[in-house]
Design a protein around this ligand. Structure first.
Ligand SMILES: *Cc1c(COP(=O)(O)O)cnc(C)c1O
Length: 388
């Protein structure tokens, strides 16, 4: 595999890990192995590749790259973030219990509640910013904790080290959805988690041009099960999408620095803006878990939520429709800045009462801050906020 020293920095790993020049031609970029099957020399003799659901060299390069970035021994890629989560849940059996954050990604909630519950798994949703509340939800059947930190769109943090220590005392595994922070800022395996999940669709790809997911772990038993399930259930990504993501991760470090730098300036503008009633960004000293954010991550990322004016839908709608440079769209993590109205877009399935009880106002807006010139982003945000 690659010649990247184990101690190399994360920017170096982002560019090189998992990849080596093509042995046949010397091509520097990993080829897109667009094939379903592989020729065998004679009965029982082949190069280790038989069928592309099981083995694809473009996918293997991406898996090696992502594993190195997260500091894990094994990476497994899937056709979407949810397909990756689904594969992990397939390691459980009917009767097993999962503790999950109550402000988790809507698609994850839907998969757990509407699909896996029917198959006999049990889920308890708790406020994971409170490690004691997570522990209080443990039962004798608990096998897994699903953490997302920070959460979306309220940007609450879970203490990965604390929750992992409490879980491991009971032999419970901890999985962390690290989509928002990326391994550039936060590496859950180093903090004690057993597994990391990514929607690689977001920052890892970074260019909004593919859908994909990944699981990374150093737990050998879990890796064996996941390798089996990746092949047995077959939710694998195509080689073209793997290539696009590999191209994306090469610039992960420079992109994340810029997303983070731009977001800090936008969050500062929002915080002092008279027409904004609340800002949710872990990088602000006023964020209730700012100290934890600094302790478990090396940056704060590019996601900001805020409540314009009085928090009403009318106020949010006015600001939302006025953006010129920010594109009105779901998703996040691309080089371009996006604005989303979670209550009607990403979180439409969350009942209004539970939203409001969490402080998630009707007019709350979420920004995925891109890597454009920050002056242009500040000007767009400022003009969008005029007379709310
Ligand atoms: C988008 C997203 C997912 C789901 O990933 P897909 O690639 O869309 O299937 C899961 N978790 C988080 C935090 C996400 O943003």
């Amino acid at each position: 595999m690659s010649q990247v020293p184990a101690k190399a920095g994360i920017s170096t790993k982002a560019v090189h890990a998992g990849q080596e020049p093509d042995p046949k031609t010397g091509a520097v970029m990993t080829p897109i192995y667009q094939t379903s099957t592989y020729a065998q020399e004679s009965l029982g003799h082949h190069k280790g590749y038989e069928y592309a659901r099981t083995h694809n060299a473009t996918r293997a390069a991406l898996e090696g790259n992502l594993a190195a970035l997260e500091g894990g021994a094994h990476g497994f890629c899937f056709g979407s973030g949810l397909a990756a989560t689904n594969a992990l849940i397939q390691t459980l059996s009917a009767g097993d219990h999962v503790v999950c954050g109550n402000n988790t990604y809507g698609g994850t909630y839907r998969l757990f509640e509407k699909v896996w519950k029917r198959h006999g798994l049990q889920f308890t949703f708790v406020d994971c910013s409170d490690a004691a509340a997570v522990e209080a939800a443990f039962t004798s059947a608990t096998k897994l904790i699903w953490l997302e930190t920070p959460t979306n769109p309220l940007m609450q943090l879970a203490d990965i080290r604390d929750v992992s220590a409490r879980a491991h005392q009971r032999g419970i595994k901890v999985a962390v959805d690290n989509t928002f922070m990326t391994p550039y800022f936060q590496r859950p395996l180093e903090l004690g988690a057993d597994l990391v999940m990514h929607s690689v669709t977001k920052y890892l790809n970074g260019h909004s041009d593919m859908i994909g997911g990944a699981l990374i772990t150093s737990d050998e038993a879990l890796a064996t099960q996941l390798r089996f399930l990746q092949n047995a259930a077959g939710a694998v990504p195509g080689p073209m999408d793997c290539f696009l993501c590999l191209r994306g991760t090469k610039t992960l470090a420079v992109r994340m620095k810029q997303h983070d730098a731009n977001a800090r300036e936008l969050a500062a503008l929002l915080e002092k803006h008279p027409r904004v009633s609340k800002v949710f960004y872990p990088g602000l000293a006023s964020h209730p878990q700012h100290e934890l954010a600094k302790r478990q991550a090396s940056g704060f990322g590019g996601m900001i939520s805020f409540i314009p004016g009085d928090g009403s839908l009318a106020a949010g709608e006015k600001v939302f429709n006025r953006f010129q440079l920010f594109t009105r769209a779901e998703s996040l993590g691309g080089v371009e800045s996006l604005v989303c109205h979670p209550a009607s877009m990403t979180h439409a399935s969350v009942p209004r009462e539970s939203r409001l009880a969490m402080g998630f106002a009707d007019g709350l807006l979420r920004l995925s801050v891109g890597i454009e010139d920050v002056a242009d982003l500040l000007a767009d945000l400022d003009q969008a906020l005029q007379d709310v």
